[in-house]
Write a protein that binds this ligand. Structure first.
Ligand code: CU
Ligand code: CU
Length: 379
C-alpha cells in the first residue's frame, strides 16, 4: 500500500471509529424514537463508571455513587418520597433573613438566589456549571434537611412529546408533581402558541402550594405576593423543541462546549443553533410555562424546575462523558448574551452561592465524580 493510500485509510478508520464512539451514524429512525439517546446515555454512564473505578476518591466510589433516574422509572413510593421532601423544604425557614418581604421558606431561598444570578448564568460561560451546582445543592438540602434518601429525579421531556398533560409528572395523581393548570380562555396567547391550561393547578400535589413572590415584572419582584401555582402545559412546544430527536441532535452535533451550550439554549449568535429554535432548554421550560414556571428569573419557584434542569444537566453529563478528555472546558463571557460586553469566564472563577450553598471554583464542578463536591451519575 502506498504511503498516501495508507494515510488515507488510517484517516478513514479514525473517522469511522470517532463516528462509532460518538454514535453519529445512528439511523434517523433511532434518533426519532429515542433508541439512539438511550445508547448514548448508556455509553456515557459506562464511561463515567469506568473512570470512577479507575480512580475512586476517598468519598466517591462505585459503591456509593448517586444514580439519578428518570421520573417514570421510579416506583410510586419513591416519587411520593421525593415530592414530600420538596414539601418539607417549603416548610423550612428562608436563609436570606429579612432583606425582603417575599421569601418565606428554604425552597424560596433557591428562587432568590436564581433571581440574583440570572443575568450572569444564562447564555454565558457559567450556564451549565452554575445549574449543575444549583440543582445538586437542592438535592443535598432534600437529603440533609429533609431526610430524603433517594436521588434527584429528572424529566426526559421527549418521552412526553405526544402529551405533556398525560405525563406521569403532571397527571395530577398522588405520585405526580401535580396537574396542569385549569383551562383558561386566552384571548391573547402572546408570543408563544398557548398551552392547554393557564390557571391554578387543580389536582394532586402542590394544589395548595403558595408562590410567595415574583413575578419578575412586579415593581418589587421580591416583595410578598402570595398566589397559586399556575401551569400552562404545552405539548406542541415540547414536541417541536424538546423532542427526543432535538435532544439527541444537540448532543451529536456539538463538537465543542461553545456549540453544545449554544445548541442547547438556541443561542442564535451561532448559525448552527438557529434551527433548534427555543431549543431543549426553552422547550422544557415552556412545555410547563405558567407562573412562575414561565418566568425567566423565578422559574425555580415552580417545583418541577429541578426535574427540567436535571435533564439539562443529564445532557451535559452525557455529552461530556462521550469524550471526557476533550470536554472539560468553558466558553463564553460572564454576562447574558454578552450584554453588557464582558470578559471571558474562566475555570478559575469562583461561584459563591451562599447562603444557600457553598463556594467553588468552576473547575471543581466539571466532573460529577471524583475530585469535586459531587458524586453522581445519570442512568
Ligand atoms: Cu436558570
Ligand atoms: Cu432554565
Amino acid at each position: 500500500m502506498g504511503f498516501v493510500k495508507k494515510l488515507l485509510s488510517f484517516a478513514l478508520l479514525g473517522a469511522s471509529l470517532q463516528g462509532l464512539a460518538l454514535g453519529d451514524d445512528f439511523p434517523p429512525e433511532d434518533i426519532e424514537s429515542g433508541k439512539a439517546l438511550q445508547q448514548l446515555s448508556k455509553t456515557a454512564y459506562d464511561n463515567a463508571i469506568a473512570r470512577l473505578e479507575a480512580s475512586p476518591s476517598s468519598t466517591c466510589t462505585k459503591e456509593n455513587v448517586r444514580v439519578r433516574k428518570e421520573w417514570r422509572s421510579l416506583p410510586g413510593e419513591e416519587r411520593t418520597a421525593y415530592r414530600k421532601a420538596v414539601e418539607c423544604l417549603m416548610n423550612q425557614p428562608d436563609v436570606y433573613g429579612n432583606e425582603t418581604s417575599g421569601p418565606r421558606t428554604l425552597f424560596d431561598s433557591f428562587g432568590v438566589l436564581h433571581y440574583h444570578l440570572t443575568p450572569a448564568v444564562h447564555n454565558s460561560a457559567y450556564f451549565l456549571l452554575f445549574h449543575r451546582l444549583y440543582v445538586w445543592t437542592f438535592e443535598e438540602k432534600l437529603k440533609t434537611v429533609c431526610g430524603y434518601t433517594g436521588s434527584l429525579p429528572y424529566w426526559e421531556w421527549g418521552l412526553d412529546a405526544a402529551s405533556v398533560e398525560n405525563s406521569p409528572l403532571f397527571d395530577g395523581s398522588e405520585t405526580s408533581m401535580g396537574s396542569n393548570g385549569a383551562k383558561e380562555n386566552k384571548t391573547n396567547p402572546g408570543f408563544f402558541p398557548g398551552g392547554s391550561g393557564g390557571g391554578c393547578v387543580t389536582a394532586g400535589p402542590f394544589t395548595n402550594y403558595t408562590v410567595n413572590f415574583g413575578p419578575n415584572t412586579a415593581p418589587d419582584p421580591l416583595a410578598y405576593n402570595p398566589r397559586c401555582l399556575k401551569r400552562d402545559l404545552n405539548t406542541q412546544i415540547c414536541a417541536q423543541w424538546a423532542s427526543l430527536k432535538n435532544t439527541t441532535d444537540t448532543i451529536l452535533e456539538s463538537p465543542d462546549i461553545a456549540l453544545f451550550q449554544a445548541n442547547l439554549q438556541g443561542d442564535f449568535r451561532w448559525p448552527e443553533a438557529r434551527k433548534f429554535g427555543f431549543a431543549v432548554h426553552g422547550g422544557g421550560h415552556f412545555a410547563i410555562a405558567g407562573d412562575p414556571g414561565g418566568d425567566f428569573y423565578f422559574s425555580p419557584l415552580e417545583p418541577v424546575f429541578y426535574q427540567h434542569h436535571g435533564q439539562i444537566d443529564r445532557m451535559y453529563f452525557i455529552w461530556q462523558n462521550l469524550d471526557w478528555e476533550n470536554r472539560q472546558t468553558m466558553d463564553g463571557t460572564i454576562t447574558m448574551m454578552n450584554m453588557p460586553a464582558s470578559r471571558n469566564g474562566t475555570l478559575d472563577d469562583v461561584l459563591d452561592i451562599s447562603p444557600v450553598g457553598g463556594a467553588f471554583q468552576y473547575r471543581e464542578l466539571l466532573d460529577t465524580l471524583g475530585s469535586s463536591p459531587f458524586c453522581f451519575v445519570y442512568e
